[in-house]
Design a protein around this ligand. Structure first.
Ligand code: J2J
Length: 550
């Protein structure tokens, strides 16, 4: 059976979530024509000079959905989507929702390593990529990946230079035929609310690909509650600058939140300050979201920018730690309110309220969006800590799935037997119920909001012939929060430079943002009692060194 690695919610809870109105039993694509009928000529999507009305979105998405079906894609088939922020991303995503084909949200920097391992894991039937992006030939990459996948996979391309062995996505949008008849045909084969709508990638702490299945029901609820927490409505103009396939700009409340609220999504392919300010001024942007590293750049530039940012009401900041000092400066620097977001592709999302006090907005990461979200703060023994104390956050709820896709062994580690997801984050909860992120127990590096699995890097570096033992550790950094530092012990008589590591990992097809940025070769690594590299000790070495050189 297709998608037989999906872990469902227990039947009694599914019933309760439906009865409580969390789950509407409708596929995400079923809203499309309601929007088109109610909002017709209002603008839904903006990408530079390209503007799509709600009606254009419906017509284009249906045309593409039917053509994808003609290519043999059907319910439960998966497609790797690796597009930059562009209007076609929205049309592709909505077309997949319409058809029940599951888009797998890859990021533009991903290369062979990520695309092949994820594509193999989900048995992808197609890839949708740009022809080139930032000077890199994604079409060629996609063909190489397709050839390496276990089953046949089509390559669909967005752009000018489409090879004869690829399918031209824009060509599939040409609207011939009767859109009402097409709409009926697609309605007749629509997925159900409990089917998988989208596969998101986990920040990941292991070498195993971790893919998160989000159903139409749970994702719609995630979007609806997020939109409500952020005051989204028909007058919302949301600017997406983070990679659109990431859960944060996609659905927290993001692009989909803007569309579900009758607003407008403006897509920009980069978070560079000047184009962002230009877009805010030109489109009257009311809300945007960013990771702290990006907001810092905006704050620096805003002081000297002549752009009019007065339409901006909210900036949502999350993805990595934001210090209270910087949080306090965001509003004055950008002339808007700050809403902190603590979220994860695995589900749970918290926001500080749109009208929060400064104290709450600056020092906490907010409260969960649903009254049905369950939060448990546990000590190292797995038992709840006392109220207000720090511990690992475990969570369950109507939009937090009960397992990753197709990795039962990993699931027995990441989830408790009674379905709690171990976030790996250390938090405390204030008496008012707001979460404060205090650290993490999971083994990853958070580089400007991009999560890098230490295990994934270590597995690849360990294969280098010079390397006897290796540990990847987070190195604090004022600009991007953390960078990857590699500690290595070498085989006798060998040498290793950072350049060697970078070349080897690039040749393996690893995304550039994961490449280590510092290498420390030691005669021996410190070890824990069970013989693993002791990362706490390595971390202390790094902290002492970074403090010493500051
Ligand atoms: C500290 N750490 C945070 C925060 C996430 C909205 C916003 C972010 C994400 C995201 C998302 C943090 N302060 N405010 O999906 O919908 C770290 C935590 C968390 C992990 C999840 C969304 N906000 N984090 O960042 O799946 O460690 O989602 O567990 O990429 O990011 O990463 P990811």
């Amino acid at each position: 059976m297709k998608l037989d690695g999906v872990v469902p919610w227990p039947a009694d809870l599914a019933y309760a979530y439906r009865a409580a109105g969390c789950w509407q039993g409708r596929p995400l694509g079923s809203y499309l024509w309601e929007w088109a009928e109610q909002r017709g000529e209002r603008i839904a999507v903006v990408d530079g000079g390209h503007r799509l009305t709600y009606r254009d979105l419906a017509v284009n998405a249906d045309a593409l959905a039917e053509r994808l079906a003609d290519l043999g894609l059907d319910h439960g088939d998966t497609v790797l989507v690796q597009l930059p922020n562009c209007w076609e991303f929205v049309v592709v995503t909505v077309a997949c929702f319409r058809l029940g084909v599951v888009p797998v949200m890859m990021l533009p920097p991903h290369r062979e390593h990520e695309l092949v391992s994820i594509g193999t894991h989900v048995r992808a039937k197609a890839l949708i990529v740009p022809d080139t992006w930032r000077g890199y030939d994604h079409q060629d990459l996609a063909h190489r990946v397709a050839a390496a996948l276990p089953g046949p996979a089509r390559v669909l391309v967005v752009g000018q230079e489409v090879r004869p062995d690829s399918v031209d996505v824009r060509g599939l949008l040409e609207q011939d035929g009767d859109s009402a008849a097409r709409r009926r045909r697609l309605d007749g084969r629509a997925p159900s609310g409990s089917d998988v709508a989208v596969f998101l990638l986990s920040g990941g702490t292991t070498g195993v690909p971790k893919v998160i299945s989000r159903t139409h029901d749970d994702y719609e609820y995630n979007i609806r509650r997020s939109a409500r927490a952020c005051d989204f409505g028909p007058d919302t103009v949301y600017l997406a600058v983070l990679p659109a396939g990431h859960n944060f700009p996609l659905a927290s409340p993001g692009i989909l939140g803007a569309l579900f609220s009758g607003g407008r999504a403006v897509l920009l392919p980069s978070p560079r300050p000047e184009p962002v300010f230009e877009a805010i001024e030109a489109e009257g942007v009311t809300a945007t979201s960013a990771v702290p590293a990006v907001v810092l750049k905006w704050m620096e530039e805003a002081a000297t920018s002549r752009r009019d940012l007065s339409s901006l009401r909210y900036v949502h900041v999350g993805g990595s730690v934001l210090s209270p000092e910087i949080a306090a400066r965001i509003g004055p620097a950008l002339g808007c309110r700050l809403q902190q977001v603590y979220g994860m592709a695995e589900g749970l999302i918290c926001y500080t309220p749109a009208d929060a006090s400064e104290e709450v907005a600056h020092t906490t990461q907010g409260a969960p969006v649903s009254p049905y979200d369950e939060l448990l703060v546990a000590g190292p023994d797995g038992h709840p800590v006392l109220p207000g104390e720090i511990g690992e956050l475990l969570t369950r709820g109507p939009y937090t799935p009960r397992g990753y896709y197709g990795v039962p062994d990993q699931n027995s580690l990441s989830f408790t037997p009674d379905g709690w997801f171990r976030t790996g984050d250390l938090v405390r909860i204030t008496p008012e119920g707001n979460v404060v992120v205090c650290g993490r127990v999971k083994d990853l590096i958070n580089r400007a909001g991009e999560k890098i699995s230490a295990g994934e890097i270590e597995t690849l570096v360990q294969e280098m012939p010079q390397v006897a033992e290796v540990a990847a550790v987070a190195m604090p950094d004022p600009e991007v929060g953390e960078r990857v530092c590699l500690f290595a012990r070498l085989h006798p008589g060998h040498e290793l430079t950072l350049g060697d590591v970078s070349a080897a990992l690039t040749a393996r097809g690893l995304a550039a943002f994961k490449i280590p940025e510092r290498l420390e070769v030691l005669d021996d690594l410190p070890h824990t009692p069970i013989g693993k590299p002791d990362k706490k000790v390595l971390q202390k070495l790094l902290l002492a060194d970074v403090a010493g050189t500051a």
